[in-house]
Ligand binder design. Structure first.
Ligand SMILES: NC(=O)c1ccc[n+]([C@@H]2O[C@H](COP(=O)([O-])OP(=O)(O)OC[C@H]3O[C@@H](n4cnc5c(N)ncnc54)[C@H](O)[C@@H]3O)[C@@H](O)[C@H]2O)c1
Length: 252
């Protein structure tokens, strides 16, 4: 038996990086995964490869969430887990952030997480409970000037998670909601940041593994292990918490 055997779990932004690692590990632990992403080509290809279902979704579109949950209900009859993972990270400090960057960032991270949680709770309630993981960041915990809008959005995800957790507990819904706060993890998003901010192209290095470790950058599976734990019944007494995965960077 896998650690999440038979559970029906939606992972957003699953065509790359952390979402892909989460989906892969959850499938290996017995879950029935619905991967969603705006990148249809990659999503379809990867879902086929790992044995999951793929649904095209822009998390910043409210009607897409309603449609997604209808598909999950008709295909699987239930929803046990949601990983609100989809995200973008535009590099711009307070002086450089345009209204367009601000609105786009908040729409994907905050609106997307809000609608995801709201629509998931509706379906999870019918099955007697579930687990929601909201992908925040250490940017929610410390100041990161180069990611102004992103940090604001991740801070919002952190606090919204706690309100949802307590609401679900008070209403005895059997639904848990937690946030994960990674530091730098080796994904296309961070490769881009390293190129732009540090001048390092990790993908072009002769020994990328050595450079990754030297830069203190983690691996997607470091996060996926935590997602599996939070999706499993092993974490049944954990809700409203924020789990930091940064090799101690934010406590230094
Ligand atoms: N990699 C890190 O170090 C790190 C650290 C902290 C937080 N995070 C968070 O983890 C999540 C995943 O990041 P990643 O590093 O894997 O990035 P990534 O760029 O590799 O993957 C992000 C995925 O989200 C998808 N996506 C973007 N906008 C979308 C939308 N509107 N609707 C649906 N899908 C959309 C992309 O197509 C892509 O497949 C993000 O929320 C990110 O902010 C990452």
């Amino acid at each position: 038996m896998g650690r999440v055997e038979g559970k029906v779990i939606v992972v957003t932004g699953a065509a790359s990086g952390l979402g892909l690692a989460d989906a892969r590990m959850l499938v290996a632990e017995g879950a029935r995964i619905v991967m969603t992403d705006v990148n249809v080509e990659k999503g379809v290809e990867l879902a086929k490869e790992i044995g999951a279902m793929f649904v095209h979704q822009d998390v910043a579109d409210e009607s897409g969430w309603t449609a997604l949950m209808s598909t999950v209900a008709s295909e699987h009859g239930r929803l046990d887990g949601l990983v609100n993972n989809a995200g973008i990270a535009r590099i711009a400090n307070i002086e450089q952030t345009t209204t367009e960057i601000w609105r786009e960032t908040l729409a994907i991270h905050l609106d997307g997480t809000f609608w995801g949680c709201q629509t998931a709770i509706k379906l999870m309630k019918q099955g007697g409970g579930g687990s929601i993981v909201n992908m925040s960041s250490t940017a929610a915990l410390v100041g990161i000037p180069a990611y102004f809008a992103y940090s604001a959005a991740k801070g919002g995800i952190r606090s919204m998670t706690k309100s949802i957790a307590i609401h679900c507990k008070q209403q005895k819904l059997g639904i848990r909601c937690n946030s994960i706060h990674p530091g730098s993890i080796s994904t296309p998003m961070v490769h881009h940041a390293l190129r732009e901010l540090v001048g390092v192209d990790l993908t072009a290095e002769t020994d990328p593994e050595k450079t990754r470790i030297a830069l203190g950058v983690g691996e997607p599976d470091d996060v996926a292990h935590m997602v599996v734990y939070l999706m499993s019944d092993e974490s049944k007494h954990i809700t409203g918490t924020e789990l930091v995965i940064d090799n101690g960077d934010t406590v230094a």
